[in-house]
Design a protein around this ligand. Sequence first.
Ligand code: DQA
Length: 140
Amino acid sequence: MEILIINGPNLNMLGKREKSIYGEMTLNSINEMLLARAGGRCELEFFQSNHEGDIVGMIQRTDADGMIINAGAFTHTSIAIRDALLAVSKEFIEVHISNVFAREDFRHKSYLSDISKGVISGFGAMSYAFALDYFLEQKK
Ligand code: DQA
């Protein structure tokens, strides 16, 4: 089984950006934590982009069996990413480091939630880990 982990805009800035909200971990250290957690039980592929079209392209061409997506601000704006996910109809989990429901109103709207398997929001880097656990459980 292969899982694709997609991170959208500004998530390459983790470890530097708004640490009180997003914590100290860099995206690389989160990805390493996920690799350790998977422990070879599934393949992980990592993709980060600040560009909406690049994320759409990746969703269209991936061979992965499932996806973990933190679309960053595109979560709240992108019909294009929603349509790409609908086009490939692969199971995906929406994740957020922060609890978006405890933040500004504009972060309460997601174009992805209703078509996702589920949403994990507010557990810091562990949001990704819990999403990975779901896929690892499916494999058993
Ligand atoms: C985020 C929440 C979004 O509202 C924000 O635009 C991000 C990160 C999170 O992981 O908490 O860039 O997706």
